[in-house]
Design a protein around this ligand. Structure first.
Ligand SMILES: Cc1cc2nc3c(=O)[nH]c(=O)nc-3n(C[C@H](O)[C@H](O)[C@H](O)COP(=O)(O)OP(=O)(O)OC[C@H]3O[C@@H](n4cnc5c(N)ncnc54)[C@H](O)[C@@H]3O)c2cc1C
Length: 346
């Protein structure tokens, strides 16, 4: 047995909108939980695919954005102090002899949980990787995919690869960081063509930085990488090698259902069948909510996922509290729920 597995009533796989609301519903029922997501931040599709776009069909919220919704969900679960394990993909799920579920992530974290909530959406969002032979060995030292923090690049010559929002935002942030830190650093944007598919404000910022010379710009594709250089093939076939300290690839992320397909959940067209009373899978104690599940009439909408998460949390009560009939309480009137939410009044 691996050292110190995390012991929990519930493990939620996925920190998309439905996984976050799942954590809220579990919190109201006093079921302890941890949340794991492959991405380095919460939000699933809402942040990854439409962070700044408006969304109009969240009950009681006439308009917000993908990111605004996720911020609200995070604020809502804050009282429960849910431990979040971000940047980790759940790789395996197995049954312990005592009936509990044992899950391991690709970073070696082990959970032993009484119940599992698969809120994996359309799969784990993983960065699109470069396919240059041997490049994998540089990952984490000189090659980075969609890094969240940029302070490690202070004073370094960095090439940012990509033409979307994230690449442009990263390039501009590195330019600002070089200016503010006072440590000379060269920032270069590398893209396959002289045109960007990005927010107009970002494009304008990048064009201005290129014009004033604080951001270099190269059109081409990376075709080689060694301990000191990146080799770029230009559209006319010319090959140039430029020295770099770090290469930051922002080529987008794509969802992969990945290991979930091997967990014996009898997938139907890459989705997990569930009942509609508890949203439980064929594996007792393993629930599936949100975009990842399927049942007659299923609609991939956030509001449907919220309903599923509510009933799945109630479904778990008979496993977590086998000797107790858990009463339904209203957040408006229950003093116990007020205590849990940190809104108790004298
Ligand atoms: C462009 C667009 C616009 C949309 N607009 C609307 C709208 O207006 N209204 C609406 O209701 N819905 C809308 N949707 C659909 C909505 O975004 C989804 O229904 C919702 O995101 C599903 O939430 P989820 O939590 O189930 O999954 P996701 O949001 O997909 O989150 C799943 C999370 O699980 C993680 N994950 C998966 N597998 C693993 C693993 N093995 N280990 C760790 N982490 C894992 C992923 O990294 C991801 O972060 C839209 C979708 C798109 C693409």
């Amino acid at each position: 047995m691996a050292a110190n597995p995390v012991d929990t009533d519930a493990l939620v796989i996925g920190a998309g909108p439905v996984g976050l609301f799942q954590a809220f519903q579990l919190g109201l029922l006093e079921i302890s939980c941890h949340v794991v997501d492959a991405l380095p931040h919460a939000g699933g599709q809402c942040v990854e695919l439409y962070g700044d776009k408006p969304i109009y069909d969240i009950p009681g919220t006439p308009a917000t954005t993908g990111r605004g919704l996720v911020d609200s969900l995070l604020e809502q679960i804050a009282p429960f102090k849910v431990p979040m394990h971000l940047g980790e993909q759940v790789a395996s799920l197995a049954r312990e002899p005592d009936g509990r579920l044992r899950l391991t992530t690709d970073r070696g974290t082990v959970f032993v949980a009484r119940t599992v909530f698969v809120a994996a959406g359309v799969g784990a969002f993983v960065p699109r990787r470069l396919t240059i032979e041997g490049i994998g060995r540089f990952e984490g030292t000189r090659l980075f995919y969609h890094p969240d923090a940029l302070d490690r690049f202070v004073g370094q010559d960095v090439v940012v690869h990509g033409g979307g929002d994230d690449a442009l935002r990263t390039a501009l942030a590195l330019v600002a960081q070089a200016r503010d830190s006072g440590r000379p650093a060269r920032v270069t944007l590398l893209h396959r063509r002289d045109g960007f598919q990005a927010d107009a404000t970002l494009v304008a910022g990048v064009r201005a930085a290129i014009a004033e010379g604080t951001l270099g710009f190269v059109v081409g594709q990376p075709t080689g990488f060694d301990d000191e250089h990146v080799e770029v093939t230009r559209p006319d076939g010319d090959v140039v090698a430029a020295p770099v300290d770090a290469f930051v690839a922002c080529l987008g992320v794509s969802p992969r259902l990945g290991p979930i397909a091997d967990w014996g959940l009898d997938l139907e067209r890459k989705q997990v069948p569930v009942d509609t009373a508890r949203y439980e899978t064929r594996e007792p104690g393993v629930f599936a909510v949100g975009d990842v599940n399927t049942y007659p009439g299923k609609r991939k909408l956030i509001v449907c996922g919220f309903h599923e998460a509510t009933l799945a949390a109630w479904g778990a009560t008979s496993i977590v509290f086998p000797d107790k009939a858990v009463p339904l309480q209203y957040t408006t009137t229950s003093t116990r729920l007020h205590e849990l939410l940190g809104v108790a009044r004298d």
